[in-house]
Design a protein around this ligand. Structure first.
Ligand SMILES: [Zn+2]
Ligand SMILES: [Zn+2]
Length: 158
């Protein structure tokens, strides 16, 4: 699997060297504000599988979300495109990469819709889409292979 993407001006480019552990469509108010849109597509992946080239993204601290812990949004230093977030509430060296920055955003489909309690009312989720009012228990939702990766990255090893 190789997914490529980058910012709007092209200064930051990235390649994902593994598939995401899971893909969220997040309808929380924080994601709506930060993106200026109805929801954000987040590819949750180990940081080491995001290979970047070009300009080094810069972090801005965003307000704490539902977890009460802050998160850092990494932007292109040139055009300001938000590329991924590091959530301090989540253990392990992982990022949530914005699916809209992929060269082909249609290459991934959300596995779960989360925080649908603040979903905009005009948006209807696809029939049968897995959705949660807020967050969910990882152990009950993720496929076994992703859970194994999660346990490795939380342990801090390889
Ligand atoms: Zn840029
Ligand atoms: Zn969110």
């Amino acid at each position: 699997m190789s997914l490529n993407g980058g910012c709007a001006c092209g200064a930051v480019r990235y390649t994902l060297t593994a598939a995401p552990m899971i893909v969220h469509a997040c309808h929380c108010r924080n994601c709506q504000r930060l993106s200026g849109s109805a929801f954000v597509i987040n590819l949750w992946i180990e940081r080491k599988f995001v290979e970047t080239s070009g300009a080094e993204p810069v972090a801005h601290r965003a307000a704490a979300g539902g977890s009460g812990k802050p998160h850092d949004v990494f932007h292109c230093p040139n055009c300001g495109t938000a590329l991924w977030s590091k959530y301090h509430a989540a253990p392990g060296d992982t990022v949530l990469l914005r699916g809209g920055t992929l060269d082909d955003p249609g290459a991934v489909t959300p596995d779960v819709h989360i925080f649908t309690r603040s979903k905009v009312p005009w948006l209807e989720l696809p029939e049968g889409a897995r959705s949660f009012d807020a967050f969910y228990k990882i152990g009950e939702v993720w496929p076994p292979a992703s859970l194994e990766r999660w346990q490795r990255v939380v342990a801090g090893g390889d």
